[in-house]
Design a binder for this molecule. Structure first.
Ligand SMILES: Nc1ncnc2c1ncn2[C@@H]1O[C@H](COP(=O)(O)OP(=O)(O)OP(=O)(O)O)[C@@H](O)[C@H]1O
Ligand SMILES: [Mg+2]
Length: 631
């Protein structure tokens, strides 16, 4: 479909959603679908829920955030459960400003943007529909038309609580245009849109001296005073401040703590009482979610100032820390690269992983628990198996530092370094080493890192490099085996047959000659030695494996080569040890002979076809691993 017909279709869809009617007709609508009359907070909560919630390991995952925000499940669960949910149920938290507090580039703005875009969409659905008094610049809630003294009766009949009073402007219009006949007042469906300033407002403080409160609350339009006779005539007032426009939806405050005090007081009254003062007339009711964001330093400075106490008690602070999982960090980079102008560049496998290992390490606190170093902690957080530790240990580690993740290297910095690595290279293909090198260079130029941190970070780059070396060696060695998985499986089955015979004091039968033979001690030892199982410990090790094997059999599960972490490692090392010389010689030969050349081409092809390399990065990988093996 061409773009113009799409545009047309979109317009038709929008038109079909439009609705206009009288207040009497509107009451019919909310009788059938009371959710239409929900508060702004409740709408946001229902919107989040409507994308789906999944429980994993006792943790709630909200799909609403899932496509854009990675690795922050706990923080987001807390945000929803401690703010949006109770606020939707009209509990007191809704009367507080929601303040997202976290380190730079930690995803705060992204979360707020998701909420804003989400609301725009949601107001176009049946469940999220919003209606307002037609022609009102603040899209006032139609239910404000119900006079105060009838609201108890209204609640009895409709089960809906009404908050807030009719604005001066609509009070006047009700009298003048409708002769006081509420039922005739025109109501329309509205659609949230930040661009059109409907239901979504954003405020960024400018220079403190020129900050104008009118930007928030609207102002008197002096040119109309002659027409309307007085400044206190509501028609002389322009309800075009951000707080006016955000009514019924949400209002984002960027850098809220940089605002002048008098601005903050408006916010206080708005959140606390649900109204704010505009111009010369009575308070104006508004129903909106107020979200602000800030970093920790600014926040600490703010609360240390006694003058801010009253404000402070009316703010709910939700920490948004950095992600601490390597795999999720990679996804963040993938997303950022996709959205950037680097999208065409080939990024070799594990390049982002190497960067992610580095940045996650800079964010982790040193574990206190016995036997765990920073790298093990990183792996445990990432959900990897670490010998001797389990999920309880992971929870213990998290409990050691409840505020972990507020410091360290931010994703934007990593992306900047990746992009400078790309610029430096002639070919549009970069690998882990390019990235790590660029990160290292960057640290030297980074002005805001202390010398102490710099040294620590340099060390983390070395750690990331070591991790990468292992990955690289594995990858190449696997690619050297014609079918790695097959070979590993074959070797393991062979080993298990021998172990079984050994433990049960049986003989094995040669599959070809049918001859009986003793278990192959040499083969078993050559595998066990790979992981340091000593001659004395071999029997215990073999018996343990048999027990594991029968436990699997009892549960009807297949014991395969991934079922036993150490055995898997032993098998892999054995396979690689057998290959080592071939790999070493082939990859490092300056003048490969015909057979070697053939092998190299085969391996390069496999790296490209099965492992996601391009020819440039595959050749670089081979050269690098060659040099590693020859060290
Ligand atoms: N956990 C995360 N999941 C997905 N993307 C993330 C995450 N953390 C950061 N990002 C990405 O990093 C970039 C910066 O994030 P964002 O602008 O939302 O951060 P911020 O907290 O508002 O930072 P600042 O304090 O600098 O305003 C964005 O591209 C964002 O998508
Ligand atoms: Mg931001």
């Amino acid at each position: 479909m061409d773009i113009l017909s799409r545009v047309r279709r979109l317009r038709e869809e929008e038109d079909s959603l439009k609705w206009e009617g009288t207040f009497a007709e509107y009451l019919q609508i909310i009788k059938e679908r009371p959710e239409v009359a929900q508060t702004a907070h409740s709408r946001v909560y229902n919107m989040i829920k409507s994308s789906g919630v999944e429980e994993r390991d006792g943790k709630k995952m909200y799909h609403f955030f899932g496509k854009e925000i990675f690795g922050l499940e706990s923080a987001l669960e807390r945000l929803v459960e401690e703010y949006f949910h109770p606020a939707a149920r009209r509990l007191d938290v809704r009367k507080r400003i929601l303040l997202l507090m976290g380190p730079v580039s930690g995803g705060k703005s992204t979360i707020v943007t998701l909420l804003k875009r989400g609301l725009e969409q949601y107001s176009r659905t049946d469940e999220g529909a919003v209606y307002a008094i037609k022609g009102c610049p603040m899209h006032e809630d139609p239910l404000h038309l119900i006079p105060q003294h009838l609201r108890e009766d209204f609640y009895k009949e409709f089960g809906i609580r009404i908050e807030g009073s009719l604005s001066p402007l609509n009070t006047m219009r009700l009298e003048q245009d409708y002769g006081g006949r509420i039922e005739d007042v025109k109501i329309e469906r509205i659609f949230f849109s930040e661009d059109r300033r409907v239901g979504i407002g954003t405020f960024t403080p400018s220079d403190p001296k020129s900050q104008d409160i009118a930007d928030l609350t609207g102002s008197i339009d002096f040119s109309t005073i002659a027409e309307f006779g007085s400044e206190s005539d509501p028609r002389a007032y322009r309800f075009d401040g951000e707080l006016n426009k955000a009514n019924r939806g949400m209002m984002e405050f960027q850098e809220m703590l940089k605002l002048d005090e008098k601005f903050l007081w408006h916010l206080l009254s708005l959140t606390q009482e649900g109204n704010f003062k505009a111009g010369r007339f009575a308070l104006i009711s508004a129903d909106e979610l107020i979200v602000a964001h800030t970093n920790e330093t600014e926040y600490r400075a703010f609360i240390s100032n006694k003058k801010n106490e009253a404000l402070h008690s009316r703010i709910i602070v939700m920490p948004i820390p950095y992600n601490l999982k390597v795999r999720e960090e990679e996804r963040i980079y993938e997303k950022m690269i996709r959205e950037s102008d680097m999208a065409h560049v080939h990024i070799a496998p594990h390049a982002l992983r190497a960067a992610a290992i580095f940045s996650v390490l800079t964010r982790l606190e040193t574990p206190k628990k016995q036997g765990i170093d920073l790298i093990k902690k990183m792996k445990l957080y990432d959900g990897e198996n670490v010998e001797g530790f389990n999920s309880v240990d992971v929870q213990d580690l998290k409990n050691e530092y409840p505020n972990e993740g507020m410091n360290g290297i931010d994703p934007r910095y990593i992306i900047n370094r990746i992009s400078s690595a790309i610029i430096r290279k002639e070919v549009p293909s970069i690998n882990a080493l390019d990235v790590l090198r660029s990160l290292k260079d960057g640290l030297n130029q980074h002005a805001s890192i202390s010398d102490e941190d710099r040294e620590k970070y340099m060390n983390y780059i070395a750690v990331a490099r070591k991790e990468y070396d292992e990955i690289a060696k594995n990858e190449v060695q696997k690619a050297f085996v014609y079918s790695y998985e097959e070979s590993a499986k074959h070797l393991m089955n062979n080993y298990l047959d021998n172990v079984e015979a050994f433990c049960n004091k049986n003989k094995l039968r040669d599959p070809i000659t049918g001859e009986e033979m003793n278990p192959d001690e040499k083969l078993m030892r050559s595998i066990e030695e790979q992981i340091g199982v000593s001659e004395n410990a071999k029997r215990a090790f073999r018996e343990e494996i048999l027990i594991r094997l029968s436990a699997f059999a009892r549960k009807g599960k297949r014991f395969d080569y991934n079922s036993h972490e150490r055995l898997r490692e032993a098998i892999q090392k054995k396979l690689f040890a057998d290959l080592k010389d071939v790999v070493k010689i082939t990859t490092s030969s300056k003048t490969p002979d015909e057979a070697q050349l053939k092998k190299i081409n085969e391996v390069v092809a496999r790296l490209i076809d099965e492992h996601g390399y391009d020819s440039n990065s595959a050749n670089e990988l081979l050269r690098y691993v060659g040099s590693l093996l020859n060290r």
